[in-house]
Design a binder for this molecule. Sequence first.
Ligand code: HEC
Length: 167
Amino acid sequence: MKTNRFALTLGMLLVPAIASLIILTRAPIPATFAQAPSVEPSNELKSELVPVEGDMHEFMEYVFQPTYKRLKESMAISEKDNANWKSIKSDSLILAEGGNLLLFRGSASESQDWNQHATTVRKFGGQLYQAAKQKNQADSEVAYRTMIQNCNACHQDFADGEHQLAP
Ligand code: HEC
C-alpha cells in the first residue's frame, strides 16, 4: 500500500516535469521564415496548397539542392546533346515551379522580400526552360547565371548569407 502511494506521488510529480521539459527544449521557430504546417491526417485532403515538408531546410535539401547539382553538371557541358538539353529542361522547370512552391512558405511579416526572391527565381528558371527548349546555348547560360544570383540573394537575406552557390 505504502509503495503504491509512493509510486503514485512520484508519477504525479514526474509526468508534469517531463512534459514541461519537452515543451521547454523544443527548438524555437526561426523568425526569418514560417514553419509551415505539414500535411497531417486532418488536412491531407484539403483542396488548397499544403506543404508536404514544412521545414525550409529539408525542402531546400531535397527539392532544390539535387536539382541544382544536376543542372550545374549539365550546364558545364560545352557540346550539349539531346539528353543534356532534356535534363536541363527538366531541372529548370522543377526549380521554376519550385519558385511557386516558395510563395506560401514565407513569413507574413517579411513576405514582400521573400516573394520577390521566389518570383525572380521562377522567372529566370522559366527563361532557362524556354532557352533549353530551343537548345539556345547563349540564352540558357544568361538565364542560368541570373537565376543562381537570385537563389543567392534570398540566401543572403533569409539564410544568414550561407549557401552561396556557384553557377
Ligand atoms: C525565397 C527564398 C529562397 C530562394 C528563392 C531560394 N532559397 Fe535556397 N534556401 C533558403 C533558405 C531560407 C535556406 C536555409 C534553410 C535552413 O537551413 O534553415 C536555403 C537553403 C538552401 C540550400 C542548402 C540546403 C542544405 O541542405 O544545406 C541549398 C543547396 C539551396 N537553398 C538551393 C537553392 C537554389 C538552387 C535556389 C535557386 C534555384 C534557391 N535555393 C532559392 C531560401 C531560398
